[in-house]
Design a protein around this ligand. Structure first.
Ligand code: MOS
Length: 764
C-alpha cells in the first residue's frame, strides 16, 4: 500500500475502532537502553572514514559518468552531436536517447508502490520536459575525462511555443489536485466566509514562500553494476524497497532481480529518493556492460533532484474579543508539474491545530514546465505554519493578548476538523515549559521597545506541528545465535538521524540483552522489506515490525524448550522475552536463556520474521508531534541585517527514545528553519525555466555563524497508542521556526514581513 492509498484509507470517514491486540507493548519496567543518551553507533565508522558511501564503492572496470543538461524548458532536441565527445581522451561511450536501452516509464511517488520523482520517460526520445533534464551521459575512464568530454557534446533545441515557465501565467490555470496526500483538497466546515465578514476582530493576509532546493552534504551518487541479469545498485536512498520495485519495472525485471544497498546516506530530508540518475546509471551500465558510477555535481543536484515548491497563501482569521476563532480560512496555490503528486500540504496544520467555529481550507496547484517538485523536510507544514502562525501573531497583537495566551484560548479538546480524539497532546505544556526556560516574560508586547545601539531586539513564538505517520507493510527478522547474541534485520535507512542506534537500543531492551550483544542490519533490499525513511515515520514503523518479529520469536523459542523445562507446556501468551531468554510472565521460576534453549535443542540459531500490524492507531486518533518555538533576534537598524541571537525549541513528541540523537534532529530541523526564514531561495528564471543559482555560493543555507546556541527541551510524555510511546522527531523542528523568526523580527522592528526569505532589503 502506498502512502497515498494509506492516507485515503486511514484519514477520512473511517469508523473509529481498534482491533484487539494492536495496542503496542511499551516495555514498561524493561527500558534500560531506550531513553539513554547513547552516542550513535555508526559515529566511529564515520569519523574514521570507514563508512563507505555510494560514491565510494570500489568495483573492477568502473566507468565514471557525467551528465549533459538541457537548456530549454520544454520542446525537443534538433541536433545532437556526440563525435567530439567520443573522441575526447578516456571516453568509452556517450549515451543519448538514440542508443539508451529501452526503459519503461517509471511511476511517480504516490502511484501504486513506485517512488520515482516524476512519471516521465527517461532519455527515450528527443523530447525535453524541463530545463536541466539529462540529454546525454558521458562515460569515461576517469571522472575528469567524463566532465571534460561532456562539454564537447553539441545539442540544439526547438522550444515548444506553449512552454509554461512563468508562475503568474501558470496560476491562471490553477486547479485542485486530485487529493492532497489522500486528503480532500477542500475542507469546508460551517460558513467561514460569512463568519469572517461578521467577526469583530480579523486578520486577512497573503504570504509567500519561494522554491527551495535540497542541499544534503552528500551529493546524490550511485554506483551500479549488472551481475548476470541482476541489477545491483549502491545508492544513497531513503526508500530502498520502493526504489528496487520501480527499477524492476523500468528495466522489466523480476523484483528479486534488483538489489539496492544503501548502508549510509549523507543527509536525505526528502531529496534522496529515486530520480533520473539511478535509472541513467543502470541504463549506461547495461549499455557498456561495465560498472558505472554517477556522482552529481552540486549543480547537477539542482537540475535533476526536485526541491520544495513555491507557495502563495492566504490566511484569514475571524475572532471574538476573547480570542476564540469564529473563522479559520487558509487557502493558496503552489507550482507543480503534470507528472508528479506533491501538492505541498500547507493546509495540514490548520486542519488539526486550533479550535474554530468555521473552517475553509483549500489547496490548488498550477502546472509548470519544470523539474518535478518533491518532499523536503516537513513539506506543507514548514511553509504552512509560516503563514498560519504569522497570522496568529498579528491577531494576538490586535486583541492585545499575549501570543501564547491566544493559543491557550483556542486549544481544541478534539481534532477540530476530523472530530477524532487526540492520542496525546501536550502543546500547552510545551509552551509553558518553553516560556519559563526562555524568559518569555522579558518580552515587551510593543515593537521596537528594546535596543542595544543600532540593534533592535525582539522575541517571537510559534507552534510547531507535524503528523504522526506509520506506513503499513514494514517487516523485520530477529535471529538469536548460539552465543545468545541477536541480529535484527530490516531494509531500513540511516541518513544520519540515529536510526541504527535507536533500533539497537530497542532490540536490546526488547530481548533483555546488552547493547553489545545486538546487531542491527539495515540498508539492503535483501533484508525483510522495511519502513521508508519519510514522513518522520521510520522509527515507529520499524519499532512495530521488530515488536511483531519478537512475538514470532517467542513462539519459535518456546518450541525449543525441552520437556523437563519449566517453560514446557506454557502457551505463547504465558511467556515473554526477558534477560536474554524466555521467561514465564510473572513467574520467576520459569526461565531459560537463549543460550540454553539453543544448546538444548542442538541448534546454531533460531529466527523469526513478521510484519508490523496495520497502523490502526491512525484510524482511531488524531496523532501529531507538537512544539513551541521561541526566537530572539537582533536586527541592525543601519543595514537591516538579522542575527538570530537565541532560539529554544520545546517539543511534545511522545517518549524520547534517545535524548542525544533526538536533540540533534530537533536542532537540525530548527537550523533548516532558520534558512527557510532568512536565506534559502531558489531563483527560477521565468523566461527560461532555468534555475539561476545552482550553487551553494549563491543559494544560502545557514552556516555556523548564522546559528546561535539552540536550547532543546521536551515533555517526554509517552503516547499510549504508538510503539514505545514515541512520535517522529525528524521533521517537526523546521515547522514553526520561520514564523517564530518573523514574529521576533516584527517585535524588534515593527515590520511584518510576509514573504520569505526575510532578507535585509525587506527591512530597510
Ligand atoms: Mo521527509 S520530506 O519525508 O524526508
Amino acid at each position: 500500500m502506498t502512502m497515498q492509498e494509506l492516507m485515503k484509507t486511514v484519514i477520512r470517514h473511517v469508523p473509529a475502532r481498534v482491533l484487539p491486540g494492536t495496542e503496542p507493548q511499551q516495555l514498561d519496567g524493561r527500558r534500560t537502553h531506550i531513553g539513554a543518551a547513547t552516542p550513535r553507533l555508526d559515529g566511529p565508522l564515520k569519523v574514521q572514514g570507514k563508512a563507505r558511501f555510494a560514491a565510494e564503492v570500489a568495483l573492477d572496470g568502473l566507468l565514471y559518468a557525467c551528465i549533459v543538461h538541457s537548456t530549454i524548458a520544454r520542446g525537443r532536441i534538433t541536433v545532437l552531436g556526440t563525435s567530439a565527445a567520443e573522441a575526447a581522451p578516456g571516453v568509452v561511450q556517450v549515451m543519448t536517447y538514440r542508443n539508451a536501452p529501452r526503459m519503461k516509464t517509471p511511476g511517480a511517488f504516490g502511484e501504486g508502490d513506485e517512488v520515482a520523482g516524476s512519471a516521465l520517460p527517461v532519455m527515450q526520445d528527443e523530447r525535453i520536459h524541463w530545463n536541466g533534464e539529462a540529454v546525454a551521459v558521458v562515460l569515461a575512464q576517469t571522472q575528469e575525462q567524463a566532465d571534460f568530454a561532456a562539454g564537447r557534446v553539441q545539442v540544439e533545441y526547438a522550444l515548444a511555443a506553449d512552454a509554461v515557465t512563468d508562475f503568474q501565467q501558470a496560476k491562471q490555470h490553477a486547479h485542485h489536485p486530485d487529493t492532497v496526500l489522500g486528503e480532500s483538497t477542500v475542507v469546508d466546515k460551517g460558513d467561514a466566509h460569512a463568519a469572517l465578514a461578521k467577526a469583530p476582530f480579523k486578520v486577512d493576509q497573503r504570504y509567500s514562500t519561494p522554491r527551495h532546493n535540497h542541499n544534503a552534504i552528500e551529493l546524490h551518487a550511485v554506483t551500479v553494476h549488472w551481475d548476470q541479469g541482476t541489477l545491483v545498485v549502491h545508492d544513497a536512498t531513503q526508500m530502498l524497497n520502493g526504489t528496487a520495485k520501480t527499477l524492476a519495472k523500468v528495466f522489466d525485471l523480476k523484483p528479486e532481480q534488483v538489489r539496492v544497498l544503501s548502508p549510509f546516506v549523507g543527509g536525505g530530508f526528502g531529496g534522496k529518493g529515486l530520480w533520473t540518475p539511478q535509472m541513467l546509471a543502470a541504463a549506461a551500465a547495461r549499455l557498456v556492460g561495465r560498472p558505472v558510477r554517477l556522482t552529481l555535481t552540486r549543480e547537477g543536484v539542482f537540475r535533476l533532484i526536485g526541491g520544495r515548491t513555491l507557495t502563495e497563501q492566504r490566511v484569514a482569521l475571524g475572532a471574538n474579543a476573547d480570542g476564540t476563532l469564529t473563522a479559520l480560512i487558509h487557502t493558496g496555490v503552489v507550482a507543480m508539474t503534470a507528472h508528479n503528486n506533491v501538492p505541498e500540504q500547507f493546509t495540514f496544520p490548520a486542519r488539526h491545530l486550533y479550535a474554530a467555529d468555521n473552517f475553509y481550507l483549500e489547496q490548488q496547484v498550477a502546472e509548470m514546465d519544470m523539474l518535478a517538485n518533491t518532499y523536503m523536510r516537513a513539506p506543507g507544514e514548514s511553509v504552512g505554519t509560516f503563514a498560519l502562525e504569522s497570522a496568529l501573531d498579528e491577531l494576538a497583537e490586535q486583541l492585545q493578548l499575549d501570543p501564547i495566551e491566544l493559543r491557550r484560548r483556542i486549544e481544541p479538546d478534539k481534532d477540530p476538523t476530523s472530530g477524532s480524539a487526540f492520542s496525546s497532546r501536550h502543546l500547552l505544556k510545551a509552551y509553558a515549559d518553553g516560556a519559563r526556560a526562555f524568559g518569555w516574560d522579558q518580552r515587551s508586547p510593543t515593537p521596537r521597545a528594546r535596543r542595544d545601539g543600532e540593534w533592535l531586539i525582539g522575541m517571537g513564538v510559534a507552534t510547531a506541528t507535524y503528523p504522526y505517520y506509520r506506513m503499513p507493510g514494514s517487516a523485520a527478522r530477529v535471529r538469536i545465535d548460539a552465543d545468545g547474541s541477536a541480529t535484527v534485520s530490516t531494509a531500513g535507512h540511516e541518513m544520519g538521524m540515529g536510526t541504527a542506534t535507536v533500533q539497537a537500543q530497542h532490540a536490546a531492551d526488547r530481548l533483555g540483552l546488552a547493547l553489545e550483544q545486538v546487531a542491527f542490519e539495515y540498508g539492503d533490499t535483501s533484508l525483510p522489506a522495511g519502513a521508508m525513511a519519510g514522513g518522520s515515520s521510520q522509527t515507529a514503523g520499524t519499532l512495530a515490525a521488530v515488536e511483531a518479529a519478537s512475538q514470532a520469536l517467542v513462539k519459535a523459542l518456546l518450541k525449543l524448550a525441552p520437556k523437563d523445562s519449566p517453560l514446557h507446556g506454557l502457551k505463547p501468551d504465558q511467556v515473554e522475552l526477558r534477560d536474554g531468554g524466555l521467561a514465564g510472565v510473572d513467574r520467576d521460576d520459569a526461565y531459560e536463556s537463549f543460550v540454553d534453549l539453543l544448546r538444548g535443542a542442538g541448534q546454531a540459531h533460531v529466527e523469526a520474521e513478521a510484519s508490523a500490524p496495520p497502523p490502526m492507531e491512525m484510524m482511531k486518533y488524531s496523532m501529531h508531534s507538537y512544539g513551541a518555538q521561541f526566537c530572539e533576534v537582533r536586527v541592525s537598524e543601519v543595514t537591516g541585517e538579522v542575527r538570530v541571537s537565541r532560539f529554544l525549541g520545546s517539543f511534545d513528541t511522545g517518549r524520547i527514545l534517545n535524548p542525544q540523537t533526538a536533540a540533534s534532529q530537533f536542532r537540525g530541523g530548527i537550523v533548516m528553519g532558520l534558512g527557510l526564514a532568512l536565506s534559502e531561495d531558489t531563483w527560477f528564471d521565468p523566461r527560461t525555466g532555468r534555475i539561476m543559482n545552482p550553487t551553494m555560493a549563491e543559494y544560502h543555507v545557514p552556516v555556523q555563524l548564522d546559528v546561535p546556541r539552540i536550547e532543546i527541551m521536551w515533555t517526554d510524555a509517552p503516547d499510549p497508542h504508538s510503539p514505545l510511546g514515541a512520535h517522529g522527531v525528524g521533521e517537526i523542528g523546521i515547522t514553526g521556526t520561520a514564523a517564530a523568526v518573523a514574529n521576533a523580527i516584527y517585535n524588534a522592528t515593527g515590520k511584518r514581513i510576509r514573504d520569505l526569505p526575510i532578507t535585509l532589503d525587506k527591512l530597510l
